[in-house]
Design a protein around this ligand. Sequence first.
Ligand code: BMA
Length: 332
Amino acid sequence: MSVKILNGESIPNIPWQDKPAGCNDVVWRYDANPIIKRDHLKMSNSIFNSAVVTFNGKFAGVFRVDDKQRNMELHVGFSDDAINWNISEDRIVFEQADKSTEDVNSWGYGYDPRVCFIEDRYWVTWCNAYGWKPTIGVAYTFDFKKFYQCENAFLPFNRNGVLFPRKINGKYVMFSRPSDSGHTPFGDMYLSQSPDMKYWGEHRHVMGPLKGWESKKIGAGPIPIETSEGWLCFYHGVLESCNGFVYSFSACILDKDEPWKVKYRCAEYLINPRELYETVGDVQNVTFPCATLCDADTGRIAIYYGCADTCVGLAFTTVDEVVEYVKSHSSV
Ligand code: BMA
């Protein structure tokens, strides 16, 4: 590998398929997509924008499950191979980390989870209802059995809260995307900093829409990957067509010490909706990445992305290949 992964983990059992012969893409799809179908659970209408991580040599995840009443819920799941998932039929019921949040955190809905291991625990962030208005919910777990909910990170309206996997300059760092109460016809990526995961400030603008594929709004995706070139971040971008929103995704590289500074940003999307399971579903034309697994030994990356707000897809790339492509196709 010419690009080094910093503070990474060895994942010898990372799911993987080599790039198919003749494929010119930097990111390629798993040939048995979708890995999780909409009716994976008896109660599910759909399972999509979801987060997976390594856990005790295997894998765990927090899944966005919409039920047949169309409640938006978070469910825990486990897997030996990160492809075949055993997902709970019941939603996660959060305990309160502190008595003071008991009234604040009455459950309304939760969607688009991300999971980030920092220091000694797994943090879950998601789009959480506070008085039925979306903001960033925060909880932690040690074992994926008990989850402790904390204060919401921000005021409504906010979505796409994504943590960095370590403190930077002594502070926790989280992306977010200030938004509105509806389908938000705007959106830039910001980051905020916190000494304690409770009080968030020192807000910084990271980037806004630039190219056609992302011209309506952008939002953070999976947990950033630390590399010798900076933080490798996959993110989604939305184009508004005469037929509605189109969600594609690409990647950028942010400065290691001042991550609000964009070093490189791919001018093109890396994946856009084109397979049937991405173009047809409850919401057409959505590819929405929420997690990666990254093997520090080989540089292999497995990307988990929601497809058409209906099911979960898997795609692959390598750190060397994606960093080289982002750098050589960069427009900042
Ligand atoms: C966004 C979020 C995502 C969803 C996307 C496309 O605003 O609600 O959960 O995948 O819209 O519908």
